[in-house]
Write a protein that binds this ligand. Sequence first.
Ligand SMILES: Cc1cc2nc3c(=O)[nH]c(=O)nc-3n(C[C@H](O)[C@H](O)[C@H](O)COP(=O)(O)O)c2cc1C
Length: 390
Amino acid sequence: MVYSLGEPLRASASGSPCCVDALSFRAAHKRAPRPALPPSERTGTLATGVYYAPISQILETPSVTAVSVDLSVPLGRLRLANPILVASGTFGYAREMAGLVDLGRLGGIVPKTITPQPRGGNAPWRTVETTGGMLNSIGLDNDGIEAFIAHHLPYLGSLPAPTIVSIAGHDLNEFTEMAARLDGLPGVAAIELNVSCPNVSGGVDFGVDPAMCRKVVEGARRATSLPILAKLTPNVADIASVARAAADGGADAISAVNTCLGMAVNWRKRKPILGNGVGGLSGPAIKPIALRCVYQVAQAVSIPVVGIGGIATIDDVMEFLVAGASAVQIGTANFYNPTATITILDALPAAVAELGAERIIDIVGSLKRPSPASPIVPISPAPHTTSKTH
Ligand SMILES: Cc1cc2nc3c(=O)[nH]c(=O)nc-3n(C[C@H](O)[C@H](O)[C@H](O)COP(=O)(O)O)c2cc1C
């Protein structure tokens, strides 16, 4: 399928993705070089002596009218029509969102994590808004794998977007048995191993320890021929080593990341707000952490990376793709802007073409590494600054 801004343009004769006039698009939208800014407008200096550049000067917003780009991406053996997926726990089992979102346009759907047995989840409160995000401690509330197979999978399997089933177990055996149970079931395109949920006792341990993570992936790998994604936690000192372990265990792709451990406090009551005490922070607040994790993981492994964390806009998506993600999952944004995925999909072809590319895969990991020898523009201290610095 070929997309213009929002509208499917045409499919190639073979039905596979194709590119039309990206070259003429590029020529038509070549911008005149911008005049150099005087040094005073290039950067600012805070009283602390920290140099900064206003974001409006870093990011330019070109005007773009129409473009066709091949949006398809491979995730190992799984081929997606486009790289925009929805993240586990933020989109229900898709049926709930059908009235709001054209589900057929999504690159993939990751429903709420399922466990072998039904789970009631954690005590309330389970969510609380925070600056630039939210904390949750849902505790993997779900009806269990058999209820999922009976009630949700038939609907998910009827959708054009592939379903990546998210599973979590308390021990190695539970992961392996769930993978075996899902193997070969119609409607299951792949499995995402949630080795990173911070809201269940022991749930994060597999993703913290590279050796354990590898064992979980190996067990699932032996149990199924389905593509396997390992979803990692950012709450580790060295995410690259966990990603390498997952890849060595046979994962087809890495999903990075789950939520960051956090806490909210009601100081008047001297109590944590979440019933569980702590929870997982998500939303725009964690984007820089997630972006750093994706960059480090993409450097460390040769399998594809799916970026997750604070992604809400086309600029966010492009940042993750360039940093090394082959696809992204939209999470918390679905709560406050349920059509964020569609808005992003509408803007994606033009954004890719702006980089002179005709295919998504050509921009994945194309980030220019920062040069260690970058010169710092010398700026004399402002008259009122004190010598206090951090
Ligand atoms: C309310 C809520 C429930 C979540 N439930 C799950 C879950 O069941 N399984 C999982 O792997 N991740 C779960 N997550 C994590 C998200 O899938 C995602 O990794 C994380 O929120 C970061 O992305 P975001 O900042 O775009 O939300 C949940 C997140 C939220 C906010």
